[in-house]
Design a protein around this ligand. Structure first.
Ligand code: NAP
Length: 291
C-alpha cells in the first residue's frame, strides 16, 4: 500500500461510514469525524477519531477530507469548509473528495480555490446500511475523478476496489447509466414478478426463475454486446405477440406506457443489429405507435 492517509469524514452517512470503514480496514487512519447533528461516533472509529465540533479540521491534520453528506448539501459543506478553514487548506496537500455519482468535483470549487486538490469517488454499490466490517469497497467498481495524480485510485485499490476514471464534463451520463441499470431493472423485475404470480407460478420460485433468466441475459450481453444478444418477439418481429402483451397491460396504464417506450428502444437496438430486416422493423414501429 502507498503511505497511509489521515482521513477526516464529514457526514456520518451510510456511504461515508462504509467508505471510511473500508479505508480504516486497509490501514489508513480515520482521525476525525464531523456531522451536522450529534449522532455519536460509529464503533469502528470510536478509539482513534476525534469528533470535530466545527468544520475546521484543526489539530486532527487530515490528509484527505471525505465529504460524505447528501448530494444537495455537498456544495454548502464545501463552502463552509472554505470559509472557516480556507487559510488552513492553503499550502497543504489535502485532498477533498465527495462521494456523489451525479455531481462532478466542480461542486468542490470553493475548496479548490483555497488550494486544496479535489476529486470524487463513487462506489457502484448500494449502502442501505453502513458496512462496518471494512469490506465496503472490496471488489467494488468505483468511478473516480482523480486529479491529484493517482492518489484517489490508490486509495480505492488499497481497499480492494476497482477504480475507473470518468469525465468531469459528462459525469451525469455515467450516473444515468448506473441508475438505469440498477434502479430501472429493479422496477421492471417488480412488475415482471407480479405478472408471473398472476400466471399461477409458485411465489417462492419466482425470484429464482427470474434471476436465472436475468443472469443468462447478462452473460449474453457481456459476451456479445447488447444488440447481438437481443432475443424475443421484437427481435423476431412477432407483431401479434407484442399486441397481446400491450392488451394484457390494459389494466396497468403506467406499465403499458413503459412497455411501449421500452419496446421502441428495443426495436432501435434490433434495427442496429439487423439492418436487413428494415421493412419488418418499420411495420413493427408503425403498429407500436398506433396500438
Ligand atoms: N447510500 C448509497 O448507497 C450511496 C452509494 C454511493 C454513493 N453515495 C453518496 O454518498 C453520499 C451520502 O449518501 P448516503 O445515502 O450515505 O446519505 P445518508 O445516509 O442519507 O446520510 C446523509 C448525510 O448527510 C448529512 N446532511 C444532510 N444535509 C446536510 C446539510 N445541509 N449540511 C450538513 N450535512 C447534511 C446528514 O447529516 P444528519 O445526520 O445531520 O442528518 C447525514 O450525515 C451522497 O453523496 C451519495 O450520493 C451513496
Amino acid at each position: 500500500m502507498s503511505s497511509p492517509e489521515r482521513i477526516a469524514v464529514y457526514g456520518l452517512s451510510r456511504a461515508g461510514c462504509s467508505v471510511a470503514g473500508a479505508l480504516s480496514g486497509a490501514g489508513h487512519d480515520v482521525v476525525a469525524v464531523w456531522n451536522r447533528s450529534d449522532v455519536g461516533v460509529p464503533g469502528p472509529f470510536a478509539d482513534g477519531a476525534c469528533v470535530l465540533d466545527s468544520i475546521h479540521p484543526g489539530d486532527a491534520d487530515p490528509t484527505v477530507i471525505l465529504i460524505a453528506v447528501s448530494d444537495d448539501a455537498i456544495g454548502e459543506v464545501a463552502g463552509q469548509l472554505a470559509r472557516d478553514a480556507g487559510t488552513w487548506l492553503a499550502g497543504r496537500e489535502t485532498l477533498v473528495v465527495h462521494l456523489s455519482g451525479c455531481l462532478s468535483r466542480e461542486v468542490l470549487s470553493p475548496v479548490s480555490e483555497c488550494g486544496a486538490a479535489t476529486g470524487s469517488l463513487h462506489p457502484l454499490r448500494s449502502f442501505d446500511q453502513p458496512i462496518q466490517d471494512g469490506s465496503a469497497l472490496r471488489d467494488v467498481w468505483c468511478a473516480v475523478e482523480d486529479v491529484a495524480g493517482d492518489r484517489l485510485s490508490a486509495l480505492v485499490k488499497s481497499c480492494g476496489g476497482h477504480p475507473f476514471p470518468v469525465n468531469s464534463g459528462s459525469k451525469r451520463d455515467y450516473h444515468l447509466a448506473a441508475a438505469m441499470s440498477s434502479n430501472f431493472l429493479t422496477a421492471l423485475l417488480g412488475v415482471a414478478g407480479e405478472r408471473m404470480a398472476r400466471a399461477g407460478v409458485d411465489g417462492e420460485l419466482i425470484p429464482r426463475i427470474i434471476s436465472d433468466l436475468v443472469r443468462g441475459t447478462l452473460d449474453n450481453v457481456v459476451e456479445r454486446g447488447a444488440a447481438e444478444a437481443l432475443t424475443g418477439p421484437i427481435a423476431r418481429g412477432d407483431i401479434d405477440v407484442i399486441e397481446q402483451h400491450l392488451a394484457t397491460l390494459e389494466d396497468d396504464p403506467e406499465a403499458q406506457e413503459a412497455y411501449r417506450v421500452l419496446a421502441g428502444l428495443t426495436l432501435s437496438l434490433a434495427e442496429r443489429a439487423h439492418p436487413e430486416r428494415r421493412d419488418l422493423h418499420e411495420r413493427l414501429r408503425r403498429r407500436l405507435c398506433s396500438s
